[in-house]
Design a protein around this ligand. Structure first.
Ligand SMILES: [Fe+2]
Length: 473
């Protein structure tokens, strides 16, 4: 049969249209292979850990990474391949070494021509007299937007220190709802992974992780509110392991033995940062909820031997503090270390006050060994705080607490009575979420407490709440 020219043209048009459709679908796929962005973490003077997650359904995927000293990758310095698959939820880590100290590097991942966004990172210096650290914690996704991270990226710190509550296992936080969390409660491996993916969709969080190396520790909500590792290992070990596995898959943290996260970062002779794990090895909790325990539970919190860190980590910390030759000793802690008491008894037994004997071991060690210039950095409370740690009435260290990125504050520390009973806490601020910025030098640490005007909607403004200067002693 004779085919009419119109039919032939129509076939051509449909053919070209289909080709365009597949081509544009391919382009779309190319843009979406790395939807969770890129990140870097645990920098050393010659190495840094790179992270991403690739969209795939293959049993094995090999993804290429490139590191360069310029953002256009004209001066490549390292490249390689990392392997992933469903066993690690398609997350990728590459520990790139052979780098130069105090140097900015650019990196990207690629699979079959699809490229990730370009990340920027920086190695630690061998010597320096200036270093800037942004300190964050507590980022409940449903309770607020991560606007603080936009300002952190503008501050261009050398390091982002995350003190825990990177995710929250629960989708809501009281009655505060800024945005929906469709994942629900996380309590097994698929749901913890889904929670990590959800949290990584925030564009400001992605931007900060793309441009600043992070050093992270966990607190409780990466697993379950106020949990103790020893307790959960007995009652629900599967949940504990699932949460820890998902954390290691999604957070750019270097593996150093199964699930060990306590470690130190040395920033020349200027600073050593001791990052602690206050959850995994902690003794069973003694009171729920943790606030205002009755007398006998509060007395138990003071019992000799009661430990948050466990004996191995405590020894590591005490020895590390004593031998460190760095001027400033920073201790990263998920939970507040300063006393917060009424009539001599703890107000919250989930914080360091619930492990008073071990706190005394650490503070007594600072006094006996004459270890000066110690600053504890803490999260968890959802308020800003600044004050000092005392041993037998004498100050041995300072502490700066960050309110966190988005999690609402409990109003418990608001009462005047509690403030008056705790003169070692010089400053608290409960009305803003935000972050703490540290500018370290050989003379002093300048601590800036930055609040965000609102996290209930995007685009809150940054407010400087307070700035304090800690001169070296
Ligand atoms: Fe928190």
């Amino acid at each position: 049969m004779h085919r009419r020219p119109f039919d032939r043209n129509l076939r051509w048009i449909i053919g070209i249209w289909l080709a365009c459709l597949f081509w544009s679908a391919g382009l779309l796929a190319a843009e979406n292979l790395f939807p969770y962005g890129v990140a870097s973490g645990d920098p050393q003077t010659n190495a840094v850990l790179l992270w991403t997650r690739v969209e795939s359904v293959q049993p094995v995927v090999r993804v290429r990474y490139e590191v360069a000293s310029d953002p256009d990758f004209r001066q490549p310095v390292a490249s390689g391949e990392a392997e992933t698959g469903p066993a690690r939820d398609y997350t990728l880590k590459a520990d790139v070494s052979g780098l130069s100290p105090a140097t900015t590097y650019y990196y990207r991942w690629s699979l079959e021509g699809n490229k990730s966004p370009v990340g920027q990172t920086k190695t630690l210096p061998e010597r320096t007299n200036r270093f800037r650290i942004a300190v964050v914690s507590c980022q409940h996704y449903g309770a607020g937007y991560y606007t603080a991270y936009r300002y952190i990226a503008q501050d261009a710190p050398d390091l982002l220190v995350h003190l825990g509550d990177w995710i929250y296992e629960n989708p809501t936080y009281g009655s505060v709802v800024a945005r929906p969390d469709p994942v629900g409660v996380a309590d097994d491996l698929p749901s913890y992974r889904a929670k990590h993916r959800l949290y990584r969709t925030d564009p400001d969080f992605q931007q900060a992780l793309r441009s600043i190396p992070v050093a992270a520790i966990w607190d409780d909500h990466e697993v379950q509110n106020d949990y103790s590792g020893k307790g959960l290992l007995f009652y629900n070990p599967a949940r504990l392991r699932a949460a820890y596995q998902a954390y290691f898959e999604y957070v750019p943290i270097r593996a150093q033995g199964e699930f060990r996260i306590f470690r130190s970062l040395r920033i020349g002779d200027l600073c050593e940062l001791f990052l602690t794990d206050g959850r995994q090895y902690r003794d069973e909790d003694i009171w729920h909820p943790a606030f205002f325990p009755p007398r006998d539970a509060a007395a138990e919190a003071l019992a000799p031997g009661r430990s948050m860190l466990g004996a191995v980590q405590r020894k590591w910390l005490l020895e590390g503090l004593a031998r460190s030759r760095a001027l400033w000793k920073l201790i990263g802690s998920g939970d507040m270390m300063m006393d917060l008491r009424m009539n001599g008894l703890p107000i919250s037994v989930d914080q360091w006050d619930g492990f008073a004997w071990e706190k005394e071991q650490i503070l007594g060690h600072l006094a006996r060994e004459k270890i000066a210039n110690v600053l504890v950095l803490s999260g968890d409370t959802h308020i800003f705080s600044f004050g000092e740690l005392r041993f037998q009435g004498k100050p041995v260290a300072k502490e700066a607490g960050t309110a966190g990125i988005s999690s609402p504050s409990a109003r418990v520390e608001r009462s005047k009575e509690i403030q008056e009973a705790n003169p070692q806490i010089f400053f608290t601020e409960r009305d803003h979420r935000g972050y703490v910025l540290l500018d370290l030098s050989e003379e002093a640490i300048e601590v800036s407490f930055y609040g965000i005007s609102t996290v209930l909607e995007p685009n809150g403004e940054r407010v400087l709440l307070k700035r304090v200067r800690i001169p070296r002693s």
